[in-house]
Design a protein around this ligand. Structure first.
Ligand SMILES: C[S@@+](CC[C@H](N)C(=O)[O-])C[C@H]1O[C@@H](n2cnc3c(N)ncnc32)[C@H](O)[C@@H]1O
Length: 373
């Protein structure tokens, strides 16, 4: 899986357990699927998952991890990835834009990315097989990048991992069906019928297209003009998601909640976001009873590292190192909300116990809870 800001890696087991506690959860919509970690976890738990994201690289991750059925594609994918790995390096657009003008990967790895990407395009593969090949390439490039996990900048000195050889691996596919969509969230909400929707929108001004522009360009392979030191695709200047705008996010969320055709919702939101807890409860109340569970969290890796100047020297301290992730549980049935809140609490408490047991000391884990309306 690629490094991704806002990825719910740690929350996946809790989300899966929470979703399972709704009265019906056979069909689940993940409306802002990002890395597909959550969608993948839900598929692994036996549910039919429809994963949506408006960016091409994220929809491609979902096509690989959610839509592709391992029993159909694993053997062909294994042969294909082994074959692609032998493609001779050939520097092109990717090497020039992202390894010379900007320095996200070492040029010798960039030349392999270029060659393999061209080879994938040349083969006109079936959509699922193409997605598996592209995800294999994107993840291989991610393992040898020279960033702190976002593509707004690259490190002044090459990261140690960037000296490693680019190595293609077959992504960990899952058996069974699923669906990947690349739509605006409100459009997907209006056209998908499911029992439960998991909703994890961006919560501040940081745009995913800007933070992961290199993946967007690698997957689209449209070789766009770029700008600035980060060499972002020009489209980053023109497009801003509603959910990255303080002025538009409330209406954006209202539009999504109005459009949804799912009985039960699970919504993730950060306490540092544009919408506070009370506002979110108010927005969600139109859909039913709202329960809230707050999980105490470490802030993202940038915050852990501190604030650095362009020479990599530490110049400041971050204000705080912990934040909260809220999980809002919504249903017209109050008993359903209570059951899911209880399942989330139990899951979080079990994980905290397991962690403290492995550290050799017992520690209680704080979980706030409330049910409104
Ligand atoms: C917080 S991330 C989701 C992370 C995901 N749950 C995970 O664990 O990887 C939010 C996602 O919303 C997507 N997004 C932003 N605006 C969108 C929109 N208007 N419609 C659909 N997806 C959008 C972004 O591309 C990003 O991948």
């Amino acid at each position: 899986m690629i490094k991704y800001i806002g990825s719910k890696r740690v929350l996946v087991p809790h989300i899966v357990r929470g979703v399972a506690a709704f009265p019906k959860s056979a069909r689940v919509l993940d409306l802002f699927s990002g890395t597909s970690r959550v969608a993948r976890g839900l598929k692994e738990s036996g549910r039919f998952v429809i994963a949506n994201d408006h960016l091409s690289y994220a929809a491609m991750l979902a096509r690989c991890y959610v839509q592709a059925d391992a029993s159909r594609w694993r053997d062909e994918a294994t042969r294909l990835v082994a074959d692609l790995a032998t493609t001779p390096p050939a520097p092109g657009y990717f090497t020039k834009a992202f390894c010379e003008d900007a320095r996200y990967l070492q040029p010798r790895n960039g030349a392999r990315v270029d060659a393999i990407r061209e080879e994938i395009a040349r083969r006109s593969l079936p959509p699922e097989l193409e997605a598996i090949a592209l995800v294999s390439l994107m993840e291989a490039a991610d393992r040898v990048d020279s960033t702190t996990g976002v593509q707004m900048a690259y490190l002044k000195k090459w990261a140690a991992r960037s000296f490693n050889e680019l190595e293609l691996r077959v992504p960990a596919l899952l058996e069974g069906p699923g669906q990947s969509l690349r739509l605006e969230a409100a459009e997907a909400a209006a056209c998908v019928e499911a029992d439960v929707a998991y909703i994890d929108p961006p919560y501040n001004q940081h745009s995913y297209m800007g933070n992961y522009h290199m993946w967007e360009s690698l997957i689209r392979w449209d070789k766009p003009d770029t700008y600035g030191i980060a060499n972002k695709r020009v489209q980053c200047k023109e497009y801003k998601s509603d959910f990255n705008s303080k002025r538009r996010i409330h209406q954006g969320l209202r539009d999504v909640f109005d459009a949804l055709r799912c009985k039960h919702l699970l919504v993730s939101f950060n306490n540092e976001g544009y919408v506070d807890r009370e506002e979110m409860v108010e927005l969600l109340s139109v859909k039913g009873h709202v329960g809230v569970v707050a999980v105490d969290f470490k802030r993202y890796v940038g915050a852990q590292i501190g604030i650095h100047n362009p020479d990599g020297q530490k110049v400041g301290r971050v204000s705080h190192l912990r934040n909260k992730e809220y999980l809002f549980v919504v249903s017209e049935r109050r008993d359903a909300v209570e059951a899911v809140v209880a399942a989330l609490e139990a899951s979080i408490a079990d994980a905290a116990l397991a962690r403290s047991a492995s550290r050799g000391k017992r520690k209680t884990h704080e979980v706030d809870r409330s049910i409104e309306r």
